[in-house]
Design a protein. Sequence first.
Length: 277
Amino acid sequence: MLTLPETVDVHAKAAAAKAKLSRTPARLIVSAMLAGMWIGVGDVLMWSAAGPLHVAGNPFEKLIAGSVFAAALTIVVFAGSELATSAMMILPLGALRGTISWLRGAGVLLGIFFSNMLGAFALAWVLIQTGVLAHGPAADFFQDYLAGKVEHTPSELFWRGVLCNVLVSVAIWAAARLKSEAAKAIIIFWGVLAFIASGFEHVVANMTTFAIGLMQGDVSWADFGTNMTFVGLGNLVGGAIVIGLAYAFVAGKAGRDDAPVEAAYDAPADAALVEAR
């Protein structure tokens, strides 16, 4: 297992890799669109698997929903793609270590965010064409799930967003410390299960949810904008400050030049770690 300073260095190199990828915008856009799509796949898997439990009022609904949604982040990490919520932690660490500038980090994050959105909207259109959410328990769960998000106040959305990305980012942070692919998958599973079962808000997951709602006329663009703004800001605080900057402070000074930073690349904790090789 890597030390904390070594882990900061790993993520700082990953931030530099993201910045390098952004020099070829088409590659960054496609990579982030894939991440938006994979997270959306987690949404529909959750509605389909937990829908019957939701309709029946089964208390295990949230446990099943969180368990199956974990597939989304697992695919993002191991298949390799750019996700805004993990970038919210990684890019500030790069800026702190000086591998990228704060301005460059902000630009890359915005590029990833809106490219995630493109992927989510593309998947949403395809899902509507399939009819899998047209009727049945999955459709009922989706409608209630979307309605619940619209009912939240901006303050609730923000703080649910903070706690969501605390859990997602700590999973990515911890995975970078581990060398075993199985161990990485396990820590990702628990982080995702915790945020879904607790009812917290993930801005990229919400992109697919609201995209379907917009295309079906269930929600307004104002609803979508409110959710993206407050959940996105909450995710940023949770990832960048609560996890990223806090662990950088705990880690202290940068690792020695001979620290075995490359060990973390045995199985990437984020797609950009592959690029950093």
